[in-house]
Design a protein around this ligand. Structure first.
Ligand code: ADE
Length: 244
């Protein structure tokens, strides 16, 4: 999988994404992350990439030409017009199902905006998906692009050492993950729940399922409404979905 991030701050993106698990996956060649510097494509003799908004108003607007040429440099290289995500608070909210869906692509372009915005005409020309990482405003799209690249990358086969950890984690089946414990069995007077030391896999599985449901009920009741619970679980944990 190849990620191309169109940005005015390439080092911000490459430094962050070439560390830890994602960095290792890039080293192994499972994925690649390339920051494309929009400024390298400006035809302005002062290297300018923004200008005043028509109609007046505060701030500057990123111009269409450098962004379009940066995008074309990627499209020409890969021989197609790739799926292109514009990070904006106006987009649809990025979620785990969206991460899984994007992980099916082989090439993904991300456009990071700055200042007061981006000339609408270039967005119309290249953007296929408008995405937000939540209802708050960042100073630029870079952090949002990094969040999306990280979450999508770990859905790419081979990136996680233990594929099962992705199958059992939070949001799978709209439940949060159960609590985890490691050695020692007692720490600061706090004991690991007995069931986890019992060696009874069936009991452990039931306990974890229960913990997932109780946690989701407590911290994310909105999610629990969408979770797939058995009729018995709904009765035991007093969950009322739309069907009653
Ligand atoms: N750019 C600025 N704020 C953003 C947000 N919340 N999500 C995605 N891109 C953004």
């Amino acid at each position: 999988m190849h990620f191309y991030i169109l940005t005015l701050f390439p080092e911000m993106v490459t430094n962050a994404l070439h560390t830890s698990i994602i960095g290792k996956a890039a080293e192994k060649g499972i994925l690649s992350i390339e920051a494309v510097n929009i400024r390298d494509f400006t035809k302005d003799r002062h290297q300018k990439t923004d200008d005043y908004p028509y109609g007046g108003g505060a701030g500057m607007v990123m111009q269409a030409q450098p962004i379009y040429d940066a995008y074309l440099s990627v499209a020409d290289r890969i021989g197609k017009r790739p799926r292109t995500v514009y990070l904006t608070p106006q987009g649809s909210t990025f979620t785990q199902p969206a991460a899984k869906e994007l992980a099916q692509e082989t090439d993904l372009v991300f456009l990071c905006g700055h200042y007061e915005g981006v000339d609408e005409r270039v967005l119309e020309e290249i953007v296929t998906d408008y995405m937000s990482i939540g209802d708050y405003v960042l100073t630029g799209g870079e952090l949002a692009a990094m969040v999306v690249v990280d979450a999508v990358s770990r859905m790419v086969p081979g990136v996680l050492a233990n594929e099962a950890s992705a199958a059992m984690e939070s949001f799978e089946g709209n439940l949060l993950e159960y609590p985890q414990y490691s050695r020692p069995a007692e720490w600061l007077g706090k004991k690991v729940p007995d069931v986890l030391l019992s060696g009874d896999h069936k009991k452990v599985e039931l306990w974890r399922r229960e913990q997932s449901i109780l946690r989701t009920k407590r911290f994310r009741p909105d999610l629990l409404k969408k979770a797939e619970l058995t009729i018995k679980e709904k009765a035991v944990y007093k969950v009322h979905d739309k069907m009653g």
